[in-house]
Design a protein around this ligand. Structure first.
Ligand SMILES: [Fe+2]
Ligand SMILES: [Fe+2]
Length: 231
């Protein structure tokens, strides 16, 4: 079952907690003129997600399906959405596009390069490539520039129920998934440095709680890395 929370004007976190696996999943709806969904969730949750989306818009109007990397929780329902949404196109890096087409899940992904932007109408996404496909090849994170929301996918993700009580120190909960997503410290440091150059106000991960950036971005990253060392 999904719950929904508006984390910034017109940006909704759609939340699902898999109690059996002990992990929460988030997808995000951006209510732009060209509506976008960030991560599709797995196909097993597709109907529940469709119902949750329908509380805000006719989901058949979805235009963009942002795929941070090719994994079931980020891309599992791409084909299901494309079957129902005539205008929907995945947005992804070249590696994920090869998987989506090669597995027969999509015929026409929109491929973005590092630094590319996508005007959604009232909202704008900027994409940064992040080495987290298989073989540490590039996938992406998306930054919504008008509201300052970073859709960080597995970076800063937590295996927590996002509808439950938020722990006092999220950094400890974020460390394992962040470290697992890009398992090379030097590469994570490069990513942090690039993200720190963006005016990020809110981090919206694919798992667990979204949270505001209090102070500067590098402080958040440093706290996560400090927790990872002790993990
Ligand atoms: Fe993932
Ligand atoms: Fe994920």
């Amino acid at each position: 079952m999904y719950t929904r929370a508006e984390i910034a004007p017109g940006i909704h976190q759609l939340r699902f907690y898999d109690a059996q696996r002990g992990i929460g999943f988030n997808q995000y709806l951006i209510e732009a003129a060209q509506p976008a969904l960030v991560s599709t969730g797995g196909v097993g949750q597709f109907e529940a997600l469709w119902g949750a989306l329908a509380e805000r818009l006719d989901p058949r109007r979805l235009r963009w399906l942002v795929v941070p990397h090719f994994e079931a929780d980020e891309a599992g329902a791409v084909a299901a959405f494309q079957a129902r949404c005539p205008e929907a196109r995945p947005v992804c890096a070249a590696v994920a596009a090869r998987q989506l087409t090669g597995f027969g899940l999509s015929g026409r992904p929109h491929v973005v390069a590092d630094g590319d932007t996508l005007d959604l109408g009232g909202y704008q996404l900027r994409f940064l490539l992040v080495p987290w496909e298989m073989h540490l090849w590039p996938g992406l994170v998306a930054f919504e520039e008008t509201r300052g929301v970073l859709f960080s996918s597995d970076l800063f993700g937590q295996r927590l129920d996002p509808t439950g009580e938020q722990p006092a120190d999220l950094a400890v909960a974020m460390a394992p998934m962040t470290q697992g997503a890009v398992p090379v410290r030097a590469l994570r440091d490069e990513i942090y440095a690039r993200l720190a150059a963006l005016p990020v106000r809110l981090i919206a991960p694919g798992h667990g709680f979204a949270f505001p950036v209090a102070g500067d971005f590098q402080t958040v990253a440093a706290r996560v890395e400090a927790a990872a060392v002790g993990a």
